[in-house]
Design a protein around this ligand. Structure first.
Ligand SMILES: *Cc1c(COP(=O)(O)O)cnc(C)c1O
Length: 428
């Protein structure tokens, strides 16, 4: 038994499922998860000292690659000054100003510690601002694990949702309507029926939690128009897409102005920072200015904010996103070519430094398409790549991430491994 196997067995004695977040457990691909001990640039090393090219990037934050020297320096400097004060700090102003400079829809922003918190708070704020109860979300989009968002579609198209997790009372999800992604007609029907009690629509404009599915421009536009028409707020969840699909996030790609935006992942550069922000009149409903309660002991933590701030500075270097996008496209184009040569039904696409790989003959347009993915072929591909030292997300439902440290040479090494993997897949 190797080291990863024995660590996994030991972990399961004291941690539920051996992991502190479920997708890490390799539940859908089988086998033991790798226990990582260090990382540098595009690479991670496990406890057996095996090296992997990392295409997860801690699920999004590591856009600069691991351990960028300037980020590490900023963190060390902050650590030396104290770990947490529970008081206001100057650095919090700097990061708020930086976010406002990059994302024009943000007039005020509040920091929290996770994307889940950002989503939960944004929903409460939308309800508090509008005085309405109902929220609309889309099938396949993920906005964190707060109660009202852990919901699956009801039995009919326009019926309210049922909890998708044990422990969530039906009373909590009875105000959540789950609609089909990329279906503007259905959204319009929902507004016609319930428009006067809809507080907000929450969406990933480029969905990254059902593998990657870009929103259609007419879908995103319909959402903006309907929210404005009916007095609901549009919450764009940029926890994954923010500073990732483009410097200005998905909202810059779609030219859409959200009322509230959620951030996470890249904004903390690898430390627990997330945020929600937007219109000043909306944001001023939050305590201590307004009646919507929201708080956090470690919100705006000085070390985490220093890490995020250093990251936000570095991604604004000229040419950063062109390079990131072209490296990502080199990967997806290369994989597509190899799959074609091997005769494997496969498709791939990218948006900035984010990508989707699908064992489908064309790119999916929504959750039901993604559900048709050939999981058996994906699993063979995944394990072959892992064996060759290339770490993709261990599930067909996850998007992938490239960092600026994934140079052409690193991508080409991955493509070499992919030749072996697709050969195996073609023999199934
Ligand atoms: C990761 C993610 C979240 C949740 O963020 P956590 O920090 O894991 O709580 C919310 N929304 C989207 C789109 C995400 O990708």
């Amino acid at each position: 038994m190797d080291i990863n196997d024995s660590l996994f067995e030991r972990a399961r004695q004291s941690i539920p499922g051996g992991v502190n977040s479920p997708v890490r457990a390799f539940g859908s691909v089988g086998g033991s998860p790798r226990f990582m001990k260090k990382a540098q640039g595009p690479y991670m090393w496990d406890e057996e000292d095996k090296r992997y090219i990392d295409y997860i990037g801690s699920w999004g934050p590591m856009i600069l690659g691991h351990n960028h020297p300037e980020v590490i320096r900023a963190v060390h400097e902050a650590v030396d000054m104290g770990l947490t004060f529970g008081c206001a700090t100057q650095r919090e102003i700097l990061i708020a100003e930086e976010i406002k400079k990059i994302i024009p829809s943000i007039e005020e922003v509040r920091l929290v510690s996770s994307g889940t918190e950002a989503g939960m708070s944004a929903i409460r704020l939308a309800r508090g601002f509008t005085g309405r109860n109902k929220i609309i979300k889309f099938e396949g989009c993920y906005h964190g694990h707060s109660d009202s968002l852990l919901v699956k579609a009801g039995s009919g198209m326009l019926t309210f949702g049922n909890p998708s997790s044990a422990g969530v009372p039906a009373g909590v999800t009875e105000h959540t309507l789950v609609l089909e992604y990329n279906n503007p007609a259905q959204l319009e029907d929902a507004f016609k029926r319930y428009g006067d009690d809809i507080a907000c629509v929450i969406v990933e404009a480029v969905a990254g939690n059902m593998n990657m599915v870009p929103g259609k421009p007419e879908f995103i536009q319909a959402m903006r128009d309907l929210c404005t028409q009916y007095g609901a707020l549009l919450i764009v969840d940029e926890v994954m897409t923010g500073f990732r699909v483009a410097l200005g996030g998905a909202q810059s790609l779609y030219h859409v102005t959200p009322d509230i935006t959620m951030f996470g992942k890249v904004i903390g550069g690898g430390m627990p920072v997330a945020a929600f922000g937007g219109r000043r009149d909306v944001m001023e409903k939050i305590a201590p200015c307004g009646p919507v309660y929201q708080a956090g002991t470690l919100s705006g933590n000085p070390v985490a904010v220093a890490c995020g701030l250093a990251t936000l500075k570095l991604i604004q270097e000229p040419g950063f996103y062109d390079r990131l996008a072209s490296q990502t496209k080199r990967l997806t184009d290369g994989l597509q070519q190899i799959a074609n040569d091997a005769g494997v039904a496969f498709s791939a696409q990218s948006a900035g430094g984010m990508f989707g790989l699908y064992f489908l003959d064309k790119c999916p347009e929504g959750f039901s398409d993604v559900m048709k993915s050939d999981t058996k072929r994906f699993n063979v591909f995944f394990h072959s790549m892992l064996e060759e030292g290339t770490y993709f997300a261990p599930s067909v439902f996850e998007a992938g991430f490239v960092s600026i440290a994934h140079t052409d040479e690193v991508i080409d090494e991955t493509l070499k491994a992919a030749k072996v993997a697709f050969e195996k897949v073609s023999q199934l």
